[in-house]
Write a protein that binds this ligand. Structure first.
Ligand code: PBG
Length: 328
């Protein structure tokens, strides 16, 4: 295969050739849309650092989830912004907590879409850390019980799948055992298995009002410099009973996604996080890049790296682009 007998440009000459040889497919089937739910009524509060994203109250959320369903997106991922926060994050597992009410309202009024819930304490603790404090450190084993109770309360309210994101050692096992004991053996766990301590969560922390009041998350989330350790993290979650494994963030960690895809045969999710979304939005607003093309290219790259599922704030916009292609 040498030039001039072989010319790679032959199969790039027009869109039909390119369609024939395209290796990676992005489909609406791959997408999960994250949503923020808060207290109050008729709330649709714009999130300043995430243009096009909002905090919803339960009533407006139900309508939004219907719209997401009508776009053909198979699942939403819910985050709670509670009215009150405390030392133990009790709002995370309260029977009438914000997420529990949101799940019930969606399950009552919207069919044919999966409700996945984030299981973590940072949105519910007054110190903003992902677990229970012992001095200035997060106590791993005490936190496990509360995460398990939170996951069970979500399942009880009707969640289709739980997604633990606190990065406590043993959290998948603790949640699996608790779900099984309480009769939710069929509720799968999507484990935030390799979650990095990332600057790209910045806009999310404004959206969920969950920035830590002191310190950072480096004592539980992973160091950006480590790749082998990600495989150890994922191995443990698989052994503890994860049904889907996740790498987070996505774009700066495509190498981790690729290695996870090669080493494990579980469905693999990648979280295209808030900062990845906001960067494109900001540059597009300044007229520095084409938003739709940058979005589709990024999502395709995450698929090409090996992700089966992409959690993305672009899900609705991407679904519209993908639909347009189908009807052309
Ligand atoms: C909760 C959680 C976070 C994100 C998802 N779950 C924030 C964090 O760890 O600080 C970030 C998602 C995003 O940036 O879009 N622990």
């Amino acid at each position: 295969m040498n030039f001039p007998e072989y010319r790679l440009r032959r199969l790039r000459r027009n869109e039909n050739f390119r369609r024939l040889v395209r290796e990676t497919r992005l489909s609406v089937d791959n997408l999960v849309y994250p949503l923020f739910v808060t207290f109050g009524k008729k709330v649709k509060r714009p999130i300043r650092s995430m243009p096009g994203q909002f905090q919803w109250s339960v009533d407006t959320l139900v309508k939004e989830v219907k719209r997401v369903r009508d776009l053909g997106i198979p699942a939403v991922l819910l985050f709670g912004v509670p009215r009150k926060k405390d030392e133990e994050g009790t709002g995370a597992f309260a029977r009438d907590g914000i997420i529990q009410r949101a799940i019930r309202a969606i399950k009552d009024r919207v069919d044919d879409i999966l409700v996945i819930t984030d299981v973590c304490l940072c949105e519910y603790t007054n110190h903003g850390h992902c677990g229970i404090l012992d001095g200035t450190e997060v106590d791993n084993d005490v936190t496990l019980g509360i995460l398990a109770e939170t996951a069970v309360s979500h399942a009880e309210a009707g969640a289709d799948m739980v997604a633990p994101s606190a990065m406590m050692d043993g959290q998948v096992l603790a949640i699996r055992e608790a779900l099984d004991e309480e009769g939710y053996g069929m509720v799968p766990i999507m484990a935030y298995a390799a979650k990095y301590a990332s600057s790209f969560y910045g806009p999310f922390r404004e959206a969920a009002k969950s920035a830590p009041s002191f310190g950072d998350r480096k004592a539980y989330q992973m160091d950006a410099a480590n790749a082998d350790e990600a495989l150890r993290e994922i191995t443990l979650d698989v052994e503890e009973g994860a049904d889907i494994i996740m790498v987070k963030p996505a774009l700066p960690y495509l190498d981790i996604i690729r290695r996870a895809k090669e080493e494990f045969d579980l469905p693999l999710a990648a979280y295209n996080v808030s900062g990845e979304y906001s960067m494109i939005k900001a540059a597009a607003r300044l007229g520095w890049l084409d938003e739709e093309r940058a979005m589709m290219e990024s999502l395709t790259a995450i698929r090409r790296a090996g992700a089966d599922i992409i959690i993305t704030y672009f899900a609705c916009e991407a679904a519209k682009v993908l639909r347009g292609k189908e009807t052309k």
